[in-house]
Design a protein around this ligand. Structure first.
Ligand SMILES: Nc1nc2c(ncn2[C@@H]2O[C@H](COP(=O)(O)OP(=O)(O)OP(=O)(O)O)[C@@H](O)[C@H]2O)c(=O)[nH]1
Ligand SMILES: [Mg+2]
Length: 302
């Protein structure tokens, strides 16, 4: 097989296509994405609804290229951000070649799984039900394979944490992909710019440092990302909140909270990029950000 554009030759049975990671919040979608890529691309926290937008992770192997689409956890809720998040799950099903319906084996099968299973069946796409957190040995909530599956529908149990079962899953997914040359250059890892990914690392630190609902009311906007210096990357970012009362909490007494968030995020970005980072955070009130679809899109949560 030869790529018409690049003239590059591929093995005759080379496969490539889009793989959507689908499931409710906290199912382990982003953890599996990172595990498959062998690289931290998507942020992971113990709290549900961490991922806000689709993120493409590109896995290039000699025999196949998987375009892995991480998605926000599907859930029932009415805010504008949540509606947009749920829409992007629908888009991911529409655009994929293979769907992975992810179910936390300790959490069990839910109404969200019923809905996604129905949508996947209706789409006519190939799909695999993936049981996650297989390393947690006590799974009282879920019989395996899950009861709602029909004969011939595939279920594979994995652990994104230990990697158990992931090679088998990968092999099965490749078998479902169409024959095709590579769709992206082999050196590409994602469709997201580095500065946005750094913003996500900052948002991960926000989840760690602030509890309750506040992380959900916050956005990160990278306003300056300067790679011109040889010895360090300079990043300036706004932490956007909706109200003054939230700003006071995020700043903290004597600026302690925002300093803590900044320190944690800086260390994470430095480890990730293997370079020194100068990070400056500004806490800003932006009452519009959660209400305006345009603003949400501008911030890259789409
Ligand atoms: N023990 C164990 N924990 C896991 C595994 N996979 C994910 N987790 C944990 O489950 C939590 C949620 O994982 P995520 O990967 O962020 O889940 P997600 O489906 O992307 O969640 P949202 O982005 O909120 O939709 C984190 O605390 C993970 O460390 C696993 O295989 N084993
Ligand atoms: Mg996620």
């Amino acid at each position: 097989m030869t790529d018409r554009r690049s003239g590059e030759a591929f093995p005759p049975d080379h496969r490539a296509g889009f793989v959507a990671l689908l499931g409710p919040p906290n199912a382990g979608k982003s953890t599996l994405l990172n595990r498959l890529l062998g690289e931290k691309l998507a942020i992971v926290t113990a709290k549900p609804q961490t991922t806000r937008s689709r993120i493409l992770g590109i896995l290039t192997l000699p025999s196949a290229q998987l375009l892995l689409q991480d998605t926000p956890g599907l859930h029932e809720s009415g805010s504008r951000l949540n509606t947009i998040m749920n829409e992007s799950v629908g888009d991911a099903i529409r655009d994929c070649d293979v769907g992975l319906l992810m179910v936390d084996r300790a959490g069990g099968w839910t109404a969200i799984h019923d809905r996604l299973l129905r949508d996947l069946r209706a789409s006519g796409k190939r799909f695999v039900v993936v049981g996650t957190k297989g390393d947690l040995r006590d799974h009282p909530e879920l019989t395996w394979p899950p009861e709602p599956l029909a004969q011939g529908e595939e279920a594979i149990s994995i652990s994104g944490l230990t990697g158990e079962g992931v090679a088998g899953l990968l092999e099965s997914v490749i078998g479902h992909l169409p024959e095709s040359p590579r769709l992206y250059p082999e050196e590409e890892l994602t469709d997201r710019p580095l500065r946005w990914l750094c913003g996500e690392m900052i948002r991960e630190a926000v989840f760690h440092c602030l509890d309750k609902e506040l992380p959900y009311a916050m956005a990160v906007e990278v306003i300056d990302f300067d790679e011109a210096r040889a010895d360090r990357i300079v990043i300036h970012a706004n932490l956007l909140v909706e109200r003054d009362s939230q700003k006071r909490i995020v700043v903290g007494s004597g600026g302690r909270m925002v300093k803590g968030i900044g320190m944690r995020a800086r260390k994470a970005i430095e480890t990730w990029l293997g370079t020194r980072v100068h990070l400056q955070l500004f806490v800003k009130v932006d009452p519009r950000w959660l209400k305006s679809a345009r603003r949400i899109e501008e911030l890259g949560y789409r």
